[in-house]
Design a protein around this ligand. Structure first.
Ligand SMILES: [Zn+2]
Length: 80
């Protein structure tokens, strides 16, 4: 009986060590994923003042492709 208890204690100790190393590992992972860049915020695209939607790249004309807002209506060199 005593031998069994000692065996169980050993197992528990091994499991505890495993759990501890695992939690350390996952903490490291969490720290490294936090560094992930926010690519969406890197380069803010111009937004239409009318509908506030982002204007698609390379398709910028005199008016919004979404709602047809005419940029020159607000004197807009801001959208160049
Ligand atoms: Zn618009």
């Amino acid at each position: 009986m005593i031998a069994r208890i000692a065996e169980l204690e050993d197992r528990v100790r091994i499991l505890e060590a495993r759990v501890r190393s695992f939690s350390v590992q996952s903490r490291k992972d969490a720290a490294s994923t936090k560094v992930a860049p926010r690519a969406a915020r890197a380069r803010p695209r111009p937004r239409c003042p009318g509908c506030t939607l982002e204007l698609p790249k390379g398709r910028r004309g005199d008016s919004c492709v979404w709602c047809g807002f005419v940029f020159s209506a607000i004197g807009g060199r801001a959208f160049r």
